[in-house]
Design a protein around this ligand. Sequence first.
Ligand code: URP
Ligand code: ZN
Ligand code: ZN
Ligand code: ZN
Length: 469
Amino acid sequence: TDFDLVVRNARVVTASDTFDCDIGIADGRIVQLGARLGAGAREIDAAGRAVTPGGVDAHCHLDQPMAPPTRNADDFNTGTRSAACGGTTTVIPFAAQQKGQSLRAAVEDYRQRAAGKAHVDYAFHLIVSDPTPTVLKEELPALIKEGFTSFKIYMTYDDMKLDDGQILDVLSVAREHGAMAMLHAENSDCIEWLTKRLEAAGRTAPRFHAHSRPMLVEREATHRAIALAELVDVPILIVHVSGREAVEQIRWGRAHGLNIFAETCPQYLFLTAEDLGIDDSYKGAKCVCSPPPRDKANQQVIWDGLNDGLFTVFSSDHAPFKYDAPEGKKPGGEEVAFRHIPNGIPGLETRMALLWSEGVLAGRMTENRFVELTATGPAKAYGLHPKKGTIAVGADADLVIWDEREFVLKNEQLHHEVDYTPYEGMTLKAWPGVTLARGEVVWDGSFHPQPGRGELLVCGIPTLMPRRR
Ligand code: URP
Ligand code: ZN
Ligand code: ZN
Ligand code: ZN
């Protein structure tokens, strides 16, 4: 036989093209695209169904240590299982530096956390929370050269946040080495000030989380991040953009010729602040994330940004906490004040199908744009393209064959360890029928576990913009 696997009669969708062909796969890679290819040791008939690149989920949190009793529900095994079953074949979680810890030690810790567990390929973004002279001069440059070419900077959360001077220092390293800096843009002092006032007034139910982080808090920090990037003269990527005010700042920066990239997430398309509660019920804790979901008008602003090129990356920001568990949204088993509710919602498995159903099949987005946002854009942003994120000769055979069928989403269908999905009860129009990861079937309606088959990827320099010469 000519190939290990042939996917026949595919309607291949890439970020730029749609065409009918067979896909010949050998040694985990795509080696030929064309009509009437020779025989494969194994064959799958796509029967004219859409075949897209496997998803690249460039923002998810797996097995990230938290202050006890809080704990991530998913590790590299269950998280990548969930990813594979939802059509995602590459994940980029975070290796977070604790204050006082060396960055190198953080990377080694996460290597161990992932080792032997992942079902799909993974890379790490570094989280720099303690930019000491050693980190800035030695560790970070060395790690970038070793293939850790992106890092997240927090402007809020006491155990993570950097001040403006520190951000400038870290951005300077990104500039010098061509790395991608991701910014969590929310004004920490405003949040703390508002939180104290809400608490003094007894307003501690989950829904007040949204009141503690209004859009201006995100707008101000987004503007400041853009200004800091301009000062250093370096591209940045603003993560989890929630609505109009941050979008306006990014449009302003781009209109002034700055390389400001942006990411958004399903929660800003499909949830609103009302999902955090319309009364003081605790159930809203399930949808507590930062920035919080906004309103219907802001959802439309996000759809517009996805279509017109404002956004480069559509990620889940999967931050998995059980609802009904002391290690999750009820710390110690209690219904706590919103300040103490772990931030984040699950979404690794539902990201692709939500956007294919409500974007492509609902006529809100072209299928090519879908691919760009879910695979090609993130692969380029983080130095994984063209190995990841496209269907081309030489690329890894990471593919999704789509099944169009209507069904009602239920958490029991999902493969994460979280005890809920925020999208319970939504009617979806499609789901990945088959997920291939480097030519291996990891999902075809059943999950084919192979912990340890996923490899740590060495990331190159981002290829979204021309390289400085
Ligand atoms: O609420 C969120 N988004 N939690 C995850 C951590 C982060 O800031 O992305
Ligand atoms: Zn964040
Ligand atoms: Zn996150
Ligand atoms: Zn099977």
